[in-house]
Design a protein around this ligand. Structure first.
Ligand SMILES: NC(=O)c1ccc[n+]([C@@H]2O[C@H](COP(=O)([O-])OP(=O)(O)OC[C@H]3O[C@@H](n4cnc5c(N)ncnc54)[C@H](OP(=O)(O)O)[C@@H]3O)[C@@H](O)[C@H]2O)c1
Length: 274
């Protein structure tokens, strides 16, 4: 029986958010969680002390049932030979490294079972939106563990690997689109005479309220939009002008650009020439 249920490789923003979800929900006891960072063991030890988990060298990964890769994708090529040889055959490796595909993981980490996940910023407040795709050989128990790790701090949906690229453009980068829309709304309110602090406060509360309304009902967003859009009214005029201004097309083109950049980054980070 392995000593650790889960080992984190890396202890940054995402690892912290995922670990917090696990501990808050008592999914895995802290003594069954390990953190490893070969080039900054002192950093890993400080993180382990802070959260009451264990820290160890790369060899300790041999004692982990599941390993979660949570460092930057740029570091993957150098990190794989440092950690890979210590991970037991058939164990589950979860990767959240943006752009690193299952085939890249499989080439660098032979003999393990692989699952790719794309979480988002909401994880840090328990409202994450994660897409994941299991690779060949992942057992139902391994998949269930991965699912529970991400749903401990939000919502997790299984998708195809191709779908993960759309997940990156939808929920991965999605929080930035909402902030961008908020910026545009605040700027327009200021241009119309409001002070910026009040505009920010009301815009923030509007987004909170809209999110809560949607969270309270299983309906598509257009149903809720229809409720605040009376025919030929003020909201109707606003939506028509936004449509005429190309908002839906601009959003679709932004999401396509996000997916294309993901593919480019894979090549840049992994030094792939295709
Ligand atoms: N942030 C997001 O919204 C988001 C969304 C989806 C996916 N992701 C993915 O999540 C991953 C982590 O992102 P993050 O925002 O958490 O990054 P981060 O805050 O920069 O954390 C990276 C962590 O990895 C450690 N690290 C770096 N190289 C390492 C190595 N070779 N071995 C072990 N640890 C190493 C770093 O510690 P030292 O620097 O001290 O070594 C740090 O603790 C990335 O692959 C990213 O693509 C992030």
């Amino acid at each position: 029986m392995p000593s650790y249920t889960l080992a984190f490789v890396g202890h940054g923003f995402m690892a912290t958010a995922i670990l917090k979800g696990i501990l808050d929900n008592e999914l895995i006891p802290p003594e069954k969680i390990l953190v490893v960072n070969a080039h900054n063991p002192a950093g890993a030890e400080a993180f382990a002390r802070e959260w009451g988990i264990a820290a160890g060298p790369p060899e300790a990964l041999g004692e982990a049932e599941t390993v979660l890769l949570a460092f930057k994708p740029q570091g993957f090529t150098a990190a794989a030979p440092v950690y890979g040889p210590h991970i037991g055959a058939g164990r589950l490796v979860i990767s959240i490294l943006a752009g690193v595909e299952l085939r890249d993981l499989a080439a660098a980490l032979p003999g393990v079972h692989l699952l790719r996940a794309m979480p988002n910023l909401g994880l840090s407040v328990g409202l994450g939106a994660t897409g994941y795709t299991p690779g060949p050989g992942v057992t139902p128990e391994q998949e269930a563990l991965a699912e529970s790790v991400f749903s401990a701090a939000g919502v997790a949906k299984k998708v195809t690997e191709e779908g993960l690229s759309a997940v990156m453009a939808l929920s991965g980068s999605g929080p930035a689109y909402f902030f961008y829309l908020a910026e545009a709304m605040i700027d327009a309110a200021v241009a119309a005479g409001m002070d910026r602090a009040s505009a920010e406060a009301l815009c923030k509360q509007t987004m909170r309220g809209a999110a809560a309304l949607w969270g309270a009902e299983e309906v598509p967003p257009e149903t809720l939009r229809a409720r605040v859009t009376s025919k030929k009214g003020t909201t109707d005029a606003a939506i028509r002008a936004m449509e005429a201004g190309g908002l839906p097309a601009a959003v679709a083109s932004g999401m396509r650009a996000c997916m294309a950049r993901g593919k480019e980054m894979r090549k840049e980070f992994l030094g792939i020439e295709e």
